[in-house]
Design a binder for this molecule. Structure first.
Ligand code: SF4
Ligand code: ZN
Length: 280
């Protein structure tokens, strides 16, 4: 075991939490688990640092992939004495994510991850709030953030980035603040940490993310990073410099509540209810 690497990694995550005031010891934190290395590392470290954490996993019912991730998360939480909440998509939507996606995609051209992400975020916020959570911690890492910044620019939507950063910075009594303790760590560093620690996780990408726009952007950044080491960090840090302006502007853009489900939304109809409309 590379003890030096582990100590450095853990100290850096602790520093991200401290510097960006992500959470305090009184907070009840729900960690959005997927069974992957990022959320498992987040769960492990928040627990290790003494925070009050519980896990929440949404079983998307994607066959063996979901079964294995659920089994791994259950095993991890059992071994570390962490309470785990499981949301089965069939109980809340009556079917698997694959069925939801094909129903929507037969009517409108939307990517797998776009649909899945909207539904997961909606369920996560609603359920974490109902559990009394003060914070939702996610495993988003530096690669994810650099990709999202560029994707928002490529699609002409930089305002979408106002919720990016180590915290979402949205204040609304129905919205549970999301925090990203791994914000400044790359995929490679987290993979190495997770492997060193022997976490029971799958390292292959989700089978349904194939062909996604994000995956293409990830490949382009990886090529650039080879000749310009540190490019991901530059993208994230430069974005953080302007995110304050975006957030200030968004203050006039008060968070609303969806006219159908009542959940927080930027528009009269939230993204999840819009998808449900398409699916009808
Ligand atoms: Fe859903 Fe995409 Fe994540 Fe797979 S990679 S779980 S399809 S958001
Ligand atoms: Zn809604």
């Amino acid at each position: 075991m590379d003890k030096e690497f582990i100590i450095r990694f853990e100290n850096e995550v602790r520093e991200t939490i401290r510097k960006h005031s992500l959470v305090n010891k009184k907070d009840r934190v729900v960690v959005a688990c997927s069974g992957g290395k990022d959320s498992t590392t987040t769960l492990y470290l928040l627990k290790k640092f003494g925070y009050s954490v519980e896990g929440l996993i949404i079983d998307l019912l994607m066959g063996e992939w979901s079964e294995k991730n659920l089994e791994n998360t259950r095993q991890f939480c059992r071994n570390h004495g962490i309470k785990l909440h499981v949301i089965n998509l069939r109980d809340v939507m009556g079917c698997s994510i694959c069925y939801v996606r094909s129903g929507i995609q037969s009517k409108e051209k939307l990517g797998n991850c776009t649909i899945c992400g909207v539904i997961k975020r909606w369920l996560l916020n609603k359920n974490a709030r109902e559990l009394g959570a003060d914070r939702i911690a996610t495993g988003h890492n530096l690669d994810d953030e650099a990709e999202t910044v560029l994707m928002n620019i490529f699609t002409g939507n930089p305002n979408m980035g106002r919720g990016l950063g180590p915290t979402t910075g949205v204040s609304d009594d129905k919205f549970v603040e999301r925090i990203k303790p791994l914000y400044f760590h790359t995929n490679d560093e987290i993979r190495r940490y997770s492997k060193e620690m022997g976490f029971p996780v799958l390292y292959e990408p989700c089978p349904c993310s194939i062909g996604s726009f994000r995956r293409n952007v990830r490949r382009w950044i990886a090529v650039l990073e080879e000749s310009n080491p540190g490019i991901r960090m530059n993208i994230a840090n430069n974005f953080l410099r302007i995110s304050g302006v975006l957030r200030k502007e968004a203050k006039n853009n008060v968070i609303m509540h969806c006219e159908v489900c009542g959940e927080p939304s930027r528009n009269g109809l939230c993204k999840r209810c819009r998808l449900m409309e398409i699916m009808k």
